[in-house]
Design a protein around this ligand. Sequence first.
Ligand SMILES: [Fe+2]
Ligand SMILES: [Fe+2]
Length: 177
Amino acid sequence: MEETKHLAHGFDVAAIRRAAANLDDGAVTEGYQADREAVIAMLNDALATELLCVLRYKRHYYTVSGPNTGHIKAEFLEHAQQEQDHADRIAERIVQLNGSPNFNPATLTARSHAEYDDSDDVQAMIRADLIAERVAIESYRQMIQAIGDRDPTTTKMLTDIMAVEEEHADDMRDLLA
Ligand SMILES: [Fe+2]
Ligand SMILES: [Fe+2]
């Protein structure tokens, strides 16, 4: 009585196997609790935000100049690379959810929550980056609250990314004159 034994441990193995049956859905099974389309839409907003942050930090990294800006330049580069990593993780998650990651540059600025910045002054760059980080933190917080425990994999990924954005905001605040 294999079935009874499993049920005794609190698992309905037959139901689990039924929920797993549609192989075309890949990682998304019948028991997926969240609104998949809504999660994909939120993740695409986050992807646009991260891609825009890569561009802003790269622009700051390549153009920053002036005495004693070496450590600031290094910080801009590190942040650009970490924003790219966030974009990659988010795009991969969208695909796992059977969605389509939107990399369209024509609509990127409109879809991003954070803004681009082409300041020439180093302190103006840092201020723009700090604002963008605080925007990112707040939008991740809202996404995490909206999804809750209905998609734990996505919530965990967003929580991990948000923790890095909090480090970024702290780094930028430390560089404010
Ligand atoms: Fe990021
Ligand atoms: Fe960031």
